[in-house]
Ligand binder design. Structure first.
Ligand SMILES: [Zn+2]
Length: 144
């Protein structure tokens, strides 16, 4: 699902040489791609410069299902974080991916009831376009 709201004025990512592939994949393909080692198949997020297991730098951003479950969450009701004042209340989640639950993404859970969020809740990635063409992977409760 692609959501577009260029009026959302919030902080944008600041990629470095290791993470730029993640952000480029989201923007160019509109799906979630996670760094994976081409030798041992380990997934990494946030991106790393080399595999911690086999020490190769042969890492590529590969498509994943975008499905996972909530491993942790919080609901922000206070306007304490710069750039997010207009979005309260919002839900911050840590999502464990189905491909490897040890690989977890921090994002917002959108289109969800803040009182219904729980650890283990099944979620699916959606993509939110914000200012300057940046695309953010976010999550929404799974249909089933
Ligand atoms: Zn490896």
């Amino acid at each position: 699902m692609q959501l577009a709201d260029s009026s959302i004025d919030r902080p944008v990512p600041v990629p470095d040489e290791v993470s730029e592939g993640f952000w480029e994949a989201v923007k160019e393909h509109g799906d979630l791609r996670i760094q994976q080692c081409d030798q041992c198949a380990a997934y990494y997020h946030p991106p790393v410069p080399q595999c911690f297991t086999c020490l190769t730098s042969g890492l590529a951003f590969v498509p994943v299902s975008g499905r996972g479950e909530v491993a942790g969450w919080t609901v922000m009701y206070e306007k304490l974080v710069a750039g997010f004042e207009g979005q309260v209340p919002y839900i911050g989640v840590l999502v464990a991916l189905d491909e490897d639950p040890e690989v977890q993404l921090a994002a917002n859970l959108i289109d969800a009831d803040p009182t219904a969020v729980h650890v283990g809740m099944k979620v699916t990635a959606v993509f939110e376009t914000i200012r300057d063409g940046w695309v953010l992977p976010q999550f929404t409760p799974s249909e089933s």
